[in-house]
Write a protein that binds this ligand. Structure first.
Ligand code: RP5
Length: 167
């Protein structure tokens, strides 16, 4: 299956949080690939990877990073394809550092930002973007949403309230 989504993490230490994104993409049948490439430790590798991924047909990037978290912005600077930034939980206010760094992209080079550690949302947003032109992915996203809806509806607290006994 060709990769439509490239997931890049800044460090191996991000992998545990990001695994959920890969799991959701797998569940939805979206071809994807995962790379560990730090924007500050290996900028040239990141540059060549993004160029190659675009040539191979990747359509959306998910970039996870913590602390100064410049990875999503750097990737967005190298492509006009959509980039979704996933801030990693960190030591400073639980990841507020990465959240602000990613969401506060200066004008002209946007990064769509999900909540701190919200890997599932990053994957779903990527799938929704792809669903605009791929009916089978759009159906898979609908199915995932229906599961979530039904889970809430089936919660025991939502059982119909019994009629009061008539006297
Ligand atoms: C960022 O710095 C990574 O995305 C990671 O979240 C954080 C810490 O990286 P390591 O020092 O654990 O490699 O670049």
């Amino acid at each position: 299956m060709p990769s439509l989504v490239a997931v890049i993490v800044g460090s191996r230490s991000d992998l545990e949080v990001v695994q959920k994104a890969a799991d959701i993409l797998q569940k939805l049948g979206v071809g994807h690939e995962l790379r560990v490439i730090s924007a500050h430790r290996a900028p040239d590798l990141l540059d060549s990877y993004v160029t190659d991924a675009v040539k191979r047909g990747v359509k959306v990037f998910i970039c996870a990073a913590g602390l100064a978290a410049h990875l999503p912005g750097v990737v967005a600077s190298k492509t006009t394809l959509p980039v979704i930034g996933l801030p990693m939980p960190g030591q400073l206010a639980g990841g507020l550092d990465a959240l602000l760094s990613i969401v506060q992209m200066p004008k002209g080079v946007p990064v769509a930002t999900v909540g701190v550690g919200q890997a599932e949302n990053a994957a779903l947003l990527a799938a929704q973007m792809l669903g605009l032109s791929d009916a089978s992915i759009a159906r898979a996203v609908e199915g995932h949403r229906a599961e979530a809806r039904s889970q809430v509806e089936r919660d025991p607290t939502n059982e119909p309230t019994p009629e009061p006994a008539r006297t």
